[in-house]
Design a protein around this ligand. Structure first.
Ligand code: 5AD
Ligand code: SF4
Length: 476
């Protein structure tokens, strides 16, 4: 699964909306808001491209919008509630301006289509993650006075040849979607239902997109997929070759292909799955300096019993073996994770096992959540959501407190060393400073001198806050 950010965060942080900066010259105005994970933000860039071709330019102002599209997230209940509140706001706007078109895209589309269109009459348009090419037609239908829906999921759609319009960009870092959907069926997760079956995108189109980004001045790409380690081109899900005339490509090979685009292009990826992450991938990471030494490896729980009920496909020992492999093959590589507190049947001992695993691994960063039951999932059908709310809350708090300690400790250990930093832009806090990340994805802030975004600099780190490094450039 996918995320953004570089710090200890709580549940609430997820599901924040981003409104995009104005782009394009089209006549009709589109307000596009994205909720949830990086994949959704990346999808919004595809939507902006399709809508741009159809004569739209984006705006940040609801008042001047002709069409409002919310790219929604369904991963936890609170993400859905935020979208619902936002839709009520737009409904009020629509009562004043009936010609305003309001649409729901993304993960909430399939499940809520009837409810949103009919019962609550909140929206005119509902479009699922595999149907964005159909948007211009559907909007035409709405313009003609009808409601419009397309929530069909596809086994093929990867939007491979659509050139995403980069939204809210610093001009340095960009996302490239390498696959869609997920076949894993973790019992708590709604994604396989909202985004459909897993399919991989043509590796040549991925490399081409990376090269185009580099030529435009971008210096970092993040390859996105729900489970990047199961990326397979020209192979069936069982690993059989589809077309013997063509090469097969796995994730390690794809990483290499993208790393070779240019040594000055940093390559990141998200998300890895502990059951599928091979030593091959780790060796490829170690071989190329421009593949960043950072792995997001969601554990979810430290208890093998809970992992079994979660249908994660690995045990605590297997996970620890993967951590050992990372530390052996790439000493110093940063590791982050996702943790769910209070999954069905989680006992106090299970929770203690999660805390003890965290102490052993000492993650640099973690996304931590209370379990939230989702409709249609295996857990909803099979297990009782039986951990009381206050127990979930207390366990989550303990997990967060421990993680804050680990994060601060990790940051501190980076002080006193020189770090290669890719400059992303001005520091948020001070005009006189620039900021960028080291390979391990920790933010570094330093006096700006004559340096610019997109440059690599070596920074001697002399101090830190809990999640940020502070220092001075020693060489570029
Ligand atoms: N409840 C709580 N957290 C969840 N996640 C996914 N589904 C749920 C759920 N039903 C978390 C997992 C996943 C991350 C993106 O969101 O930790 O890795
Ligand atoms: Fe990630 Fe599992 Fe959900 Fe797939 S089913 S998106 S691997 S949490």
């Amino acid at each position: 699964m996918l995320h953004d950010g570089n710090k200890v965060i709580e549940e609430q942080r997820q599901g924040e909306a981003t409104m995009v900066e104005p782009v394009g010259t089209g006549k009709r105005k589109l307000l596009l808001e994205s909720y949830g994970c990086q994949m959704n933000f990346s999808d919004s860039e595809i939507v902006a491209s399709i809508m741009g071709e159809a004569g739209f330019s984006t705006t940040r102002e609801a008042e001047e919008a002709d069409v409002v599209l919310l790219n929604t997230c369904a991963i936890r209940d609170n993400a859905e509630q935020r979208v619902r509140n936002r839709l009520k706001y737009f409904k009020a706007l629509k009562d004043r301006r009936p010609e305003l078109v309001v649409g729901v895209l993304g993960c909430m589309a399939e499940r809520l289509r009837d409810k949103l269109l009919e019962e609550e009459k909140l929206v005119d348009l509902v479009v699922g993650p595999d149907a964005y090419r159909d948007l211009p037609n559907l909007i035409e239908k709405v313009d003609g006075g009808q409601k419009a829906v397309n929530v069909l999921l596809s086994r093929e759609e990867t939007y491979a040849e659509i050139s995403p319009v980069r939204l809210d960009t610093n001009g340095i870092s960009a996302f490239i979607s390498i696959m869609r959907g997920c076949d894993n069926m973790c019992s708590f997760c709604v994604v396989p239902f909202t985004r459909g079956r897993e399919r991989s995108r043509d590796p040549q189109s991925i490399a081409r997109e990376a090269k185009e980004l580099f030529d435009k001045g971008y210096r970092e790409v993040t390859l996105l997929g729900q489970n990047v380690d199961s990326y397979k081109w020209n192979m069936t899900s069982k690993g059989e070759v589809k077309d013997p005339q063509k090469p097969t490509v796995n994730f390690a090979q794809l990483l290499e292909l993208v790393a070779k685009v240019n040594p000055d292009l940093r390559v990141r990826f998200s998300t890895s799955h502990p059951k599928d992450m091979t030593d091959d991938v780790l060796h490829t990471m170690a071989k190329y300096e421009n593949i960043c030494k950072y792995i997001h490896l969601p554990v979810q729980s430290g208890s093998s019993d809970v992992l079994k009920r979660m249908n994660r496909g690995y045990t605590r020992d297997w996970y620890k073996n993967r951590i050992e492999a990372i530390n052996r093959i790439m000493p110093g590589c940063a590791i982050s994770t996702d943790i769910i507190a209070g999954f069905c049947g989680e006992t106090e001992e299970d929770h203690e096992l999660t805390l003890s695993l965290m102490k052993e691994v000492r993650y640099g960063m973690a996304y931590m959540f209370k379990y939230s039951e989702r409709p249609r999932t295996l857990a909803e059908r099979k297990y009782e959501d039986d951990v009381p709310e206050e127990v979930k809350g207390r366990r989550l708090k303990e997990i967060i407190n421990l993680q804050m300690e680990c994060s601060a400790e990790r940051t501190k250990a980076m002080v006193g060393k020189v770090h290669r930093v890719l400059i992303e832009g001005p520091s948020k806090k001070s005009e006189a400073d620039l900021c960028g990340r080291n390979s391990e994805n920790t933010m570094v802030v330093f006096p700006k001198g004559d340096y610019r975004s997109g440059q690599y600099v070596d920074v001697m780190v002399t101090d830190c806050t809990s999640v940020t490094l502070l220092g001075e450039v020693v060489a570029s």
